[in-house]
Structure formats: C-alpha cells, structure tokens
Design a protein around this ligand. Structure first.
Ligand SMILES: [Zn+2]
Length: 98
C-alpha cells in the first residue's frame, strides 16, 4: 500500500473515532475504498479481508490500521460523539455493512 493513499485517508478525515457518552466506549472505523471497516488499533484488528488474509500470510496489518496509526501520530483522527443510547443501533449498522 502506498503512502499517498494512507495520507489521503488521513487528510480527508476518514479515520474516525466514535465515542459513546457517558461510558467513553470507543469504536474506530476507517472508510476505505470498499466501504467502512471496523478497526481496533489497540489490539491490532481490522474487519477487512486484506487484514484477514494478511494475518494468515504473517503480514499482520493493512492500510486501514496503518492509516489509523498515522492519524493518531498526527492528531488527525475525526472524533464523533454519540450517546450510549445510540450504541446498539450503531453496532448493528456497522455489522450489517461488513
Ligand atoms: Zn483493513
């Protein structure tokens, strides 16, 4: 994956951190070419097929996770605050997109 692609994902605010109040539950997503993917940068997980197959091949990362890393390092994460009431619907919507 080239750096320009990661750079454009980051600069376009496509690395998103959804924060649920008041529990501070956090869900990260990255909007890539094929849609929105659920990632967990802390446990190094992404829902995309590239990550799944990369893991089998011992690569262990994908451009979504790399983008999230860059966004964190440069403080370019798009933060969106929700209420906890919205959490179940949000999760359901996310899972149906996968
Ligand atoms: Zn991915």
């Amino acid at each position: 994956m080239n750096k320009d692609k990661i750079q454009s994902i980051v600069s376009e605010g496509r690395v998103k951190l959804h924060i649920f109040e008041p529990t501070q539950r956090k869900i990260w997503t990255v909007v890539g070419k094929a849609g929105e993917h659920w990632i967990d940068p802390d446990s190094n997980y992404c829902s995309c097929p590239g990550f799944y197959f990369g893991k089998i091949n011992g690569r262990g990362t994908c451009y979504h996770l790399e983008s999230a890393q860059v966004a964190r390092d440069t403080d370019s994460v798009e933060k969106i605050v929700f209420s906890d009431d919205e959490f179940p619907a949000f999760l359901a919507g996310l899972v149906s997109d996968l």
